[in-house]
Ligand binder design. Structure first.
Ligand SMILES: Cc1cc2nc3c(=O)[nH]c(=O)nc-3n(C[C@H](O)[C@H](O)[C@H](O)COP(=O)(O)OP(=O)(O)OC[C@H]3O[C@@H](n4cnc5c(N)ncnc54)[C@H](O)[C@@H]3O)c2cc1C
Length: 368
């Protein structure tokens, strides 16, 4: 019997599992390897921070989904891949051979060479650890954390700052929240209309914005910027982008310049045809797109189809990702801002729309 290993329960793999369950192909042993039984859905994470959802509501339960797919769920962490030998290494020291491997393990926080960053800052990943720390901030007396700094002014950082501010306000706390970005403006990948609207939303909620300067040093009471200015903060959150898992370096797989798995338009490794990859961990060499949950979700159906084709001995089919996707950014207080290409709009209706989309997404994978 051929063995397919699904490494990680990320956004693309949950759809692969659903489709495997619907297809019910006998003759394939499927093993899902993931360190935790719950996998968070990125679209709802800002809503967890703002208090609209519980963490459980924003997570997909992998064990029942794997059961529906006829897959074995192995709760473990992958520590390495030997692509030439067709082996996956697990954190208990064992090695699992595969006929086909699909990797959807996400990204890791970028290594920071900034003085004090690891000691005094917290990264948004791993998500579980970040949310625990956020709960601790909410539980502490307000005087302990008077100012919060969010470093990174992409979509993740912007939504986090807005969601935190909204949650704190609802709790009657006037904790200051500021956003810091190295680029001259926020959301560099969005059009000017969306940037204007989001800047106005941040401004209206009293969120400080400092762009165009790198954070150079972090201490227990704040941070120092590249222009010499300092900013007071008792809690510093890093939302500064995605890096590749370090264990890929020794895998033998062809990687892009940043260490992510290089795949072709079929989501297949350009060096090892038995290996597929999707989501943040992969870079589609000919169609590079931002590392975001939206693209990871979109890769689920073509990845599932190509894995089934490959195991049946058929030729995988190329997939062309969309150039533009609709972004719905929540402000944390019942509004959302929509950004699509050059267009932007927003309001309470946009939040209700986002909420419906996200809940419908979760309902697809609820097999518990
Ligand atoms: C706070 C926050 C808010 C965000 N908001 C948005 C948003 O609103 N919209 C958006 O599009 N994107 C958002 N993002 C980005 C988004 O989370 C990622 O782009 C997305 O999660 C990538 O999906 P993925 O499938 O590649 O990996 P992930 O969702 O990270 O899933 C990886 C899976 O692999 C497992 N895993 C990890 N390491 C291993 C290992 N060594 N072995 C086995 N399994 C492993 C994990 O447990 C997890 O189940 C946000 C990110 C953060 C941190």
């Amino acid at each position: 019997m051929k063995r397919l290993i699904l490494a990680g329960g990320g956004h693309a793999h949950v759809e692969v599992l659903r489709r495997l369950g619907l297809a019910q192909r006998p003759g394939i042993e499927v093993v899902l390897v993931s360190p935790l039984p719950l996998t968070p859905y990125s679209g709802m994470l800002p809503g967890v921070v703002s208090g609209h959802y519980t963490y459980r509501e924003a997570c997909i339960d992998l064990a029942p989904l794997a059961q529906f797919a006829g897959a074995r769920f192995l709760q473990a962490r992958i520590t390495g891949i030997e692509a030439d030998a067709g082996l996956v290494r697990i954190d208990d020291g064992s090695a699992l051979p595969y006929d086909a491997l699909s990797i959807d393990t996400g990204s890791v926080p970028p290594l920071r060479s900034i003085d004090g960053a690891d000691r005094f800052g917290i990264s948004v990943k791993p998500v579980e650890r970040f949310l625990e720390a956020w709960q601790a901030v909410l539980d502490e007396p307000p005087a302990r954390v008077r100012r919060i700094a969010v470093v990174g002014a992409g979509a993740g950082g912007v939504e986090l700052a807005l969601s935190m501010r909204a949650r704190l306000r609802r709790a009657g706390r006037d904790t200051a929240v500021s956003l810091f970005g190295e680029a001259p403006d926020l959301l560099p990948s969005h059009a000017p209309a969306a940037r204007r609207r989001i800047r106005a939303a941040l401004d209206a909620r009293g969120i400080g914005m400092v762009f165009g300067h790198r954070v150079e040093r972090v201490a227990h009471d704040g941070l120092r910027l590249s222009d010499g200015r300092t900013a007071e903060a008792q809690w510093i959150v890093w939302a500064t982008g995605a890096a590749a898992p370090p264990w890929l370096q020794t895998s033998g797989l062809a990687l892009d310049a940043d260490g992510f798995v290089a795949v072709d338009a079929c989501l297949r490794s350009v060096s090892h045809p038995a290996v597929y990859a999707a989501g943040d961990v992969a870079t589609v060499s000919r169609h590079v797109r931002p590392k975001s949950g939206v693209y990871a979700v979109r890769q689920g159906p073509p990845l599932a189809a190509n894995l089934l084709r490959a195991l049946a001995g058929d030729t995988p089919q190329p997939y062309l990702p969309q150039k533009r996707t609709l972004a719905l950014l929540s402000t944390g207080d019942g509004h959302a801002i929509a950004s699509w290409g050059p267009f932007s709009t927003g309001g309470a209706w946009a939040w209700r729309w986002k909420d419906r989309i996200d809940r419908a997404f979760m309902a697809r994978y609820a097999y518990a």
